[in-house]
Design a protein around this ligand. Structure first.
Ligand code: FES
Ligand code: FES
Length: 156
């Protein structure tokens, strides 16, 4: 089947099978491997992408459900000149990753949070990020990075 949607700000068209998940199409057909797949049962958040601005687990969403919608992956965050998005930069500056496997999903979830709530409390961050699991960092630097990104985004 033919799938058309907007991907990282650009119209895209791709052939896929009806049973393929969005994560499979992104990674295997479009070579966007920034989106990670770990649990495959909508538990860990590694595969988080935004659809029409909302975070979804792309490991369980059938690709055709993204038809005619706006999909944003971690590859779509940096500026065309390569400047990282403030959330990406904050994760680096705050050492908010170790193995990095959870990081793209964390960053996409954090973007959804900060788009919806530009000045989140620490509790807001912890609650919103509840669906994203990290086995390495202990979460403290991740919360710190999101707080820092919120401040940087406010400064513009
Ligand atoms: S891989 Fe999708 S939620 Fe874990
Ligand atoms: S940095 Fe390794 S799982 Fe989060």
């Amino acid at each position: 089947m033919k799938l058309t949607f907007e991907l990282n700000g650009w119209p895209r068209e791709v052939e896929c099978e009806p049973q393929e998940t969005l994560a499979e199409v992104l990674r295997n057909r479009l070579n966007l491997t920034g989106t990670k797949v770990s649990c495959e049962v909508q538990v860990c958040g590694a595969c988080t992408v935004l659809i029409d601005g909302l975070p979804v687990s792309s490991c369980t969403l059938l690709a055709y459900e993204a038809r005619d919608r706006e999909v944003l992956t971690v590859e779509g965050l940096a500026s065309p000149d390569g400047t990282l998005h403030p959330i990406q930069q904050a994760f680096i500056d705050q050492f908010a990753f170790q193995c990095g496997f959870c990081t793209p999903g964390m960053i996409m979830a954090a973007k959804a949070l900060l788009d919806e709530k530009p000045r989140p409390t620490e509790e807001d961050i912890i609650n919103f990020m509840d669906g994203n699991i990290c086995r390495c960092t202990g979460y403290v630097p991740i919360v710190r990075a999101i707080q820092r990104a919120a401040r940087d985004l406010q400064k513009g």
